[in-house]
Structures are given as structure tokens and as C-alpha cells.
Design a protein around this ligand. Structure first.
Ligand code: ZN
Length: 469
């Protein structure tokens, strides 16, 4: 049974989609005026692990992520560069898709609707809100009348006083200070669309509800995004959708991921303290970045820290070393005591599942993989070999569970060493274990001359090719 923490109820709840076996899922996507940074990567990787797990459990998930291509910042930057907002947006969409594909995220998203494709749907929804008395027009602008929607603070649980503090759209024509914009009348130099209220363009929040109501209908299962979007963005989405359709709840489960911090502050474009995905991918492989993020529970904030990323890299390398080691130790015939490994394997899968079913507890699930890795290394230390069938089964398990995290998907190849050298390594390990260090050292020197350096590690002997003297 899967349990998820629902921000709406502030509780862990059993996950039961509206329609049996099917999940409609939406995550707030990118505003394409610049390259995506590591903070965005955290959100998208966190929800990518969630969608992978839902699919692993057998749910048929339809996963939608919007792309905001009509926005103040896009228009401003396009004007600065002397190109159309469309051109600017297309340029950054292409780059965003490249980043998302490199991180292994894009492949799992079914649809990327763009705001420019949904303007007529947004106008329709605003019309409905005006007709139902939830919105009002002032000289070509349309605002949502927050005082008309009783449950406005049910997601954020903010007080009216807090609401007033947070609203930053100053307009003396607004009925309440916290009313928010649905339609903005056009200003010179801006792209515009025709509407019943004159030329203009939509506000930001209406985009998501126009899209999801069109794609999913009035209600759906899972809405994700970073915690910073709870208010005002997601709060306003609920107000728009539930007022427009009359159906509650608009979304059954609201899931929020913790933000990425850098030196204690949120990583963001506005604070200019960001590192783009492109930059980091020049230094680290995508699997390392994913390993870094899954090491913390998705709801918690993470501090960007190059040392922590190095640690993630090391942990990932240890897994790959183990998989390589298994390949190199594999023998056709079964090895004694393999049954114990079989048992450990089954238990690991169970514990992994239990951890992931508890609100996607990736650090706990990961610790079970570390434990398994230790056990297998111990087995190889002791026996110096492993049966092919069991070896392959273990590799399969690491790959299968690693897939949920988006790690361990690189091809592993058996590094062929001549039999005489493998025999020497095993012989040396035998000497070392029985305390005959002189003999072990002698073989070590002999191997060195043949271009093989053997190092003893807590996980057993490791070898690498070196230039023979
Ligand atoms: Zn959104």
C-alpha cells in the first residue's frame, strides 16, 4: 500500500486514484526565458522518481508538465534582444528539453502543453469565473475576487493578515488587496490576444487550470511542485478551478518538494546564485546528480554542496565497482552458500518497496541497496567467486531498483583479464587471508610487472590496469 504526504490535509494518506489503476499527474514546469538551473533539476528529478515508482507499482500514469511561454520575463528579455517572445521561448524550450533528456526526466513525461496554445481555454475559464461572480473587470483587466471563495486558504493555511503581506500586485482598483490577476490589459511593446475585455494577455495562475481542466477534466489525482508554489500559485489554482467547475477537490493529492539552497539561501534566478544544469553536466554525469538528490527525502530542502556531490559520485562508483566485480568473479557453476544471498536479495526488494511506499522515502530505500552491496562484497571476499546465475540475478536487481532512481543504467562490461592473471589475483588473496604477506607482496610485484595494480580495500581487492614498467 502506497502512502503519500498530502499538503492539503497535512497527513500521510493511502494513495487511491480517482479511477482505479490510473493516475493523472501534473507538475508545474518551466518558464522559458533562461536555462534551467539545479533548483529546477531537484523538482523535476524528485517527481521523476515519483512517476517511475507509480509506474513500477503498475499504475497507468499520464504525466503532464506545462511550459510557460507567455510571461513578463520572456517578453522583457525578447524585447532586449530584439526578437519575438516566440523565438526566445523556442530557443530555451529546445535547451530545456536537452537538459531534461540528459537528466533522464523528459522521457517519462507524456505531454508538455505550452501556455500560448491555451489562450482561448484561459479566456473561456475567465468568462466562466466572471459569470459565476468570482471575478470582476476593471478597464480591460480582470481580477479574481478572493473574498468570494470561502476555502481560499485551505492549502496554505495562512491567515488573512499573512495574505495581505504577501500580495505584491498594487492596483488601487482591486476590491481586496489579495485579489489576483486573471487577465492583464496590453501595454505597448507586448504581445496581445483579443478577449471580451479588450486586447491583453492572461495572468500566470490561470494557465495551469485551463490546461488541466482541458486535458484531465475538472478533477485529477496528483499535483506536484516545489513548496514555494503552495502560495500563491497553487492556492490560486484551487480557487480558479473549484469556482469554475463547482467540483471539489480539484486535486486529490498535493505533493511538494523541498527547495534547493545554496549557502543557506534558495537557489533562484532572482537571487543570481544559480548554477545551470548545463554547467553542472560538464563536471558531473547525470547519474551523479540524481544520486545527490535521491540521498535526501524529496520533501526536505537540500543544500548545494560540491563535497556532497563528490560523495554521491563515490557512492555511485562503489555500486558500479561491485557490479564489475560480480562480472569478474562469475563462474559457470553454482557456489556454496548462494542460497543465503537469494534470501538477502528477496528481503532487500521487500524493504526497498516498503521504503518507497512510505511517501517515496528514497534515502531509506537507497540504504537497503548499500546494505545489499556490502553483503555481496562480503560473499565475494569469502568465496572468490560467484555462480553465473546468482551473479546475473544480483546485477539485474541493482539495475531494476536503480532504474527507479535513474542510476546504474550504464552498461557494465566484464573487463577481460587473462586467466593466468585472474588466477594470480585469487592466489594472492589466499595468501593475504592466511597471513602470508610476504608471498602476497611477491605476487603483487609480479602483477605490477604485468601491468596490473592490485589494491586492498574494505570491499576486497580491486585491480586496475597500469603502464607496465
Ligand atoms: Zn504552475
Amino acid at each position: 500500500m502506497l502512502k503519500v504526504y498530502n499538503t492539503l490535509t497535512r497527513k500521510k494518506e493511502e494513495f487511491i486514484p480517482l479511477e482505479k489503476g490510473k493516475v493523472k499527474m501534473f507538475v508545474c514546469g518551466q518558464t522559458v526565458y533562461d536555462d534551467a538551473h539545479l533548483g529546477h533539476a531537484k523538482t523535476y528529478i524528485n517527481f521523476d522518481v515519483i512517476v517511475r515508482w507509480l509506474r513500477y507499482l503498475g499504475f497507468k500514469v499520464f504525466y503532464v508538465q506545462n511550459i510557460t511561454d507567455v510571461d513578463d520575463k520572456i517578453i522583457k528579455r525578447a524585447n532586449e534582444r530584439g526578437i519575438s517572445f516566440k523565438e526566445l521561448a523556442e530557443f530555451y524550450i529546445k535547451r530545456f528539453f536537452e537538459d531534461m533528456e540528459a537528466l533522464g526526466v523528459k522521457q517519462n513525461i507524456d505531454l508538455f502543453p505550452k501556455s500560448s496554445e491555451y489562450i482561448s481555454k484561459m479566456i473561456e475559464q475567465i468568462k466562466t469565473l466572471i459569470e459565476k461572480g468570482y471575478a470582476y473587470v476593471v478597464n480591460g483587466d480582470v481580477y479574481y475576487d478572493v473574498s468570494k471563495f470561502k476555502d481560499y486558504t485551505k492549502l496554505s493555511r495562512m491567515s488573512i493578515e499573512e495574505l495581505k503581506k504577501h500580495r505584491i500586485e498594487p492596483d488601487p482598483r482591486k476590491k481586496n488587496p489579495y485579489d489576483f490577476s486573471l487577465w492583464k490589459s496590453t501595454k505597448p511593446g507586448e504581445p496581445f490576444w483579443n478577449s471580451p475585455w479588450g486586447k491583453g494577455r492572461p495572468g500566470w495562475h490561470i494557465e495551469d487550470t485551463a490546461m488541466t481542466i482541458t486535458i484531465f477534466g475538472p478533477q485529477y489525482d496528483l499535483h506536484g511542485g516545489a513548496t514555494e508554489l503552495i502560495f500563491p500559485h497553487h492556492t490560486n489554482e484551487i480557487a480558479q478551478a473549484e469556482a469554475a467547475t463547482g467540483k471539489k477537490p480539484f486535486v486529490k493529492y498535493w505533493l511538494h518538494s523541498g527547495v534547493l539552497k545554496i549557502k543557506g539561501e534558495k537557489m533562484s534566478k532572482s537571487l543570481r546564485n544559480f548554477i545551470t544544469i548545463r554547467e553542472i553536466l560538464k563536471r558531473h554525469e547525470p547519474e551523479v546528480i540524481r544520486m545527490f538528490y535521491i540521498s535526501t527525502h524529496y520533501r526536505k530542502p537540500v543544500d548545494y554542496d560540491e563535497e556532497a556531490i563528490e560523495k554521491a559520485k563515490e557512492k555511485l562508483e562503489n555500486f558500479y565497482n561491485l557490479l564489475n566485480r560480480i562480472l569478474n568473479f562469475m563462474k559457470d557453476e553454482k557456489v556454496e552458500n548462494e542460497d543465503k544471498l537469494e534470501e538477502i536479495l528477496t528481503k532487500t526488494k521487500e524493504k526497498f518497496k516498503e521504503a518507497m511506499n512510505d511517501d517515496f522515502n528514497t534515502p531509506l530505500a537507497l540504504s537497503h541497496l548499500f546494505e545489499l552491496s556490502k553483503e555481496v562484497n562480503r560473499f565475494l571476499d569469502k568465496n572468490g567467486k560467484i555462480g553465473k546465475e546468482m551473479g546475473e540475478k544480483i546485477i539485474e536487481t541493482f539495475k531494476e531498483l536503480g532504474y527507479i532512481f535513474g542510476i546504474l543504467q550504464k552498461e557494465i562490461k566484464r573487463e577481460e583479464l587473462p586467466k593466468e592473471i585472474m588466477d594470480l589475483i585469487i592466489k594472492r588473496e589466499g595468501y593475504r587471508k592466511s597471513g602470508n604477506f610476504d608471498a602476497a607482496d611477491e605476487i603483487r610485484e609480479e602483477l605490477k610487472k604485468k601491468g596490473i595494480l592490485v589494491e586492498d580495500t574494505p570491499e576486497g581487492p580491486k585491480w586496475k590496469k597500469i603502464n607496465a614498467p
